[in-house]
Design a protein. Sequence first.
Length: 54
Amino acid sequence: MFGMFKKKSEKEKLEEQYAKLQKESFELSKTNRKLSDQKAFEAEQVVKQLEKLN
């Protein structure tokens, strides 16, 4: 019950953002390659931020 008040750590937020960007990139790869590449690049930036945290 107390878990619903727990705030996400910075690492959890970045992991969630990375997963979202990867999913968007995959979906866009079917229709718009340029936007897909942009989302993949953004996901790589998130990975770099995650590496800095570790």
